[in-house]
Design a protein around this ligand. Structure first.
Ligand code: SF4
Ligand code: SF4
Ligand code: SF4
Length: 259
């Protein structure tokens, strides 16, 4: 069972992280359409590079250098699931559970590719495609978005919060997130080419196997085992730093290095 600490007891870094996650979640009614898996399909049919394609491309590019920092520090979906943790803080199963998202992502990407090819490729860039005034909640639908924005908002909220409540810590990140694969692929590419990037580094000799870091990991990773084998690389790690900050023996640290 993970420890529940009051905000004042958290290290400064974790307070900052929590603040960023709160802010991102508060802004979600404004930013929702920039993460839309639907608008990217619609715009692809018209050969338009839209806001969500740009956002997903930025996630991929950032993951080449900072891994899944977005997931750990700024994603409204991750924030929502962390807020659900006091209801169900059980670790998610991991393993095959993590493959589920690829069965969503692969056909979705294939569909977009086919539609874009049929449209003759991308011909123009419109970051605000079907986002009136650049803000989701100001999008009335007059510009052809069929359903009011809050329908999509409540569906996404219900889906991610529901999965976290039923299956445990950040279950939505493990199973249904259409954005995670972009960052996982970027991170794997970085590992192949071995360029310097943000990562975790362990000092196994300092570890006393107290298990605290594992209990605190929002992605339910077996952090003590990762420390023991001296390999902190896991495609599900979101670089939240909770393990870094919870280890009294300073056996885990951030590093910007080739690994
Ligand atoms: S996996 Fe998806 S929902 Fe979870 S934090 Fe990352 S981008 Fe957000
Ligand atoms: S919290 Fe530190 S000492 Fe405890 S298991 Fe994790 S790495 Fe080892
Ligand atoms: S291994 Fe550490 S940095 Fe990675 S998700 Fe778990 S607690 Fe966060």
């Amino acid at each position: 069972m993970s420890r529940t600490l009051k905000i004042k007891q958290l290290p400064v870094r974790q307070r900052v992280r929590l603040g960023l996650l709160y802010l991102s979640f508060l802004l979600f009614p404004a930013t929702l359409y920039y993460f839309s898996p639907i608008l990217i399909i619609k715009s692809g049919m018209e050969g338009v590079v839209n806001g969500s394609l740009i956002a997903f491309a930025l996630m991929f590019l950032s993951s080449l250098f900072v891994g899944r920092l977005w997931c750990g520090w700024a994603c409204p979906g991750g924030a929502l699931q962390d807020f659900a943790a006091p209801i169900n803080n059980q670790p998610t199963p991991g393993g095959k559970f993590n493959w589920f998202k690829w069965f969503i992502w692969t056909p979705w990407i294939a569909l977009i590719a086919v539609l874009v090819i049929q449209a003759g490729g991308y011909q123009r860039i419109e970051p605000l495609y079907e986002i009136e005034h650049g803000v989701t909640f100001l999008t009335t639908g007059a510009n052809s978005a069929e359903a009011p924005w809050f329908i999509a908002y409540y569906i996404v909220i219900t889906l991610f919060a529901g999965l976290a409540v039923f299956f445990g810590r950040r279950a939505g990140c493990h199973t249904i997130c259409w954005m995670a694969p972009f960052m996982i692929l970027g991170r794997k590419l970085r590992n192949v080419w071995k360029w310097p990037s943000l990562r975790l580094v362990a000092a196994p000799q300092q570890c006393v196997d107290c298990q605290v870091c594992g209990r605190d990991c929002p992605m339910s990773l077996n952090v003590p085992a990762m420390v023991q084998r001296g390999d902190m690389e896991d495609s599900e790690c979101v670089l939240c730093g909770k393990c870094v900050d919870s280890c009294a023996k300073h056996a885990i640290r951030y590093s910007f290095s080739k690994g």
